[in-house]
Design a protein around this ligand. Structure first.
Ligand SMILES: NC(=O)c1ccc[n+]([C@@H]2O[C@H](COP(=O)([O-])OP(=O)(O)OC[C@H]3O[C@@H](n4cnc5c(N)ncnc54)[C@H](O)[C@@H]3O)[C@@H](O)[C@H]2O)c1
Length: 327
C-alpha cells in the first residue's frame, strides 16, 4: 500500500511527501534529481531514476507494493519550453506515456497528476472555472493539456486520475524545514527574496501598465502546504471510487506583484531592490481561480493566505540562504 511520488524531491513534491509522512502513509520517491534535492525528502524511500524508464518504474512498483501514484516529474519553465518544444514534448508527454504504461502494467489504478492553470491561457472572464475553455499559449501549457487528455483515455485501461490545475504555488513549510530552493526556480517570490536578502541583485518588475488596480500582474498564490493537502484529498477521492476528475487548485484571491513586494517589505523590515521594466510577452494581466468545484468534489479549500506565504518563505530563506546545497 505504498504511494509512488514521481518528482517527489522537487518543490511541491517534497511538501506532499512531508504531509504523507505526517499521515503515516508509506511513500517511495522516484526522481532523477534534474531539478530536485535528495535532502528535501529526508529518510523516505528514494530511487534515483527517470519516469520514462518503464522497467525501473515496474520494478519500483513491485518492490514497494505501489497501489497509487502522484506524478510531479516534469520540466516546468514556460520560457525554455518555447525555445525547446521537442525536448518539452519528449520529456513531459512521452515521459508520462511511459510512466503510465508501467503503472498500468503494475496494477496501479489511481493517479494524481500535476496540471497547471496555464492550460487556460488568457481567458476572457475571471475567475477561471473548470468550464473555462482551455487555450494553452506555451509549449509547457500545451504539454499539460495533452497529458490531461491522454489520462482521460487511460481510464478504460483501469487508470483513474485526478488532474489538479495548480495556480501559483508559493511559500515554504510552516515549520521552516523545507522550501523552494531559489537556485531551482524563476518564480516571483524566490526571486524577490533573493534580491531582498542577498542585496546582490535587483528584482525586475515586468510591466506596470496592466489594467489592474496598481498596474502590475495579478496572480492566485497558493501556499504549498494547502496544495499538498489537495493531493491527499485527491487520493481520498480516487479511493472513494468516484472516477476521474479535473479540478482547479487555487485560493480564489488574486494579489498583484506590488502587493507581494509590500508584504515582503512589511514582514522583513527590509526593502526589495527593484527595477521597473516592460511587460513580458504572454503574461496575462490577471489570473485567479474559482475554487468552488474543489470544495464541492474534494472537500478542499485553502486555509493559508498571502501573509503566511510570504512569512514562511522569508523565514526559510533566512535560515537556508544556500537552499539544500552545502555552502
Ligand atoms: N510550481 C508551480 O507553481 C507549478 C504550477 C503549476 C504546475 N506545476 C507542476 O507541478 C509539478 C511540480 O512542480 P515543482 O514546482 O515542484 O517543480 P520541481 O522542478 O521543483 O519538481 C519536479 C521534480 O521532478 C523531477 N523530475 C523532472 N523530470 C523527471 C523525470 N523525467 N524523471 C524523474 N524525475 C524528474 C525533478 O528533479 C524535480 O525534483 C510539475 O509537473 C510542474 O509542471 C507547478
Amino acid at each position: 500500500m505504498t504511494i509512488l511520488v514521481s518528482g517527489g524531491a522537487g518543490y511541491i513534491g517534497s511538501h506532499v511527501v512531508k504531509l504523507l509522512n505526517e499521515l503515516n502513509q508509506d511513500v517511495v520517491v522516484l526522481d532523477n534529481l534534474y531539478n530536485g534535492f535528495r535532502a528535501s525528502i529526508g529518510s523516505n524511500n528514494f530511487v534515483e531514476g527517470d519516469v520514462s524508464d518503464e522497467a525501473l518504474v515496474e520494478d519500483v512498483c513491485g518492490t514497494f507494493k505501489v497501489t497509487k501514484a502522484i506524478h510531479f516529474a516534469a520540466l516546468k519553465s514556460v520560457g525554455e519550453s518555447m525555445e525547446q518544444p521537442h525536448r518539452y514534448y519528449e520529456w513531459n508527454v512521452n515521459g508520462t506515456v511511459k510512466f503510465t504504461r508501467a503503472l498500468i502494467k503494475s496494477g496501479v489504478s489511481k493517479l494524481v497528476f500535476s496540471s497547471s492553470a496555464s492550460v487556460y491561457g488568457t481567458p476572457e472572464t475571471m475567475p477561471m472555472t473548470e468550464k473555462t475553455p482551455r487555450n494553452p499559449e506555451s509549449v509547457y501549457a500545451a504539454t499539460k493539456a495533452v497529458m490531461e487528455e491522454f489520462l482521460y483515455f487511460c481510464r478504460p485501461l483501469g487508470l483513474e486520475s485526478v488532474c489538479l490545475r495548480y495556480f501559483n504555488a508559493a511559500g515554504a513549510s510552516m515549520d521552516c524545514t523545507i522550501g523552494e530552493d531559489w537556485s531551482a526556480t524563476h518564480n516571483l517570490i524566490p526571486r524577490l527574496m533573493r534580491a531582498m536578502i542577498t542585496k546582490n541583485e535587483t528584482l525586475k518588475l515586468f510591466g506596470t501598465d496592466y489594467p489592474t488596480p496598481d498596474g502590475t500582474c495579478v496572480r492566485d498564490y497558493i501556499h504549498v502546504e494547502d496544495l499538498a493537502c489537495a493531493h491527499v484529498k485527491a487520493l481520498d477521492y480516487l479511493d472513494s471510487g468516484l472516477g476521474s476528475l479535473v479540478v482547479n487548485v487555487g485560493t480564489g484571491n488574486g494579489h498583484s506583484v506590488r502587493e507581494v513586494v509590500e508584504m515582503a517589505e512589511k514582514i522583513s523590515g527590509q526593502t526589495v531592490p527593484m527595477i521597473e521594466t516592460g511587460r513580458r510577452p504572454g503574461d496575462p494581466p490577471a489570473i485567479f481561480a474559482d475554487p468552488t468545484f474543489a470544495k464541492e468534489k474534494l472537500n478542499w479549500q485553502s486555509q493559508l493566505n498571502l501573509q503566511d506565504i510570504v512569512r514562511s518563505s522569508y523565514e526559510w530563506y533566512v535560515a537556508n540562504p544556500f537552499g539544500y546545497s552545502p555552502q
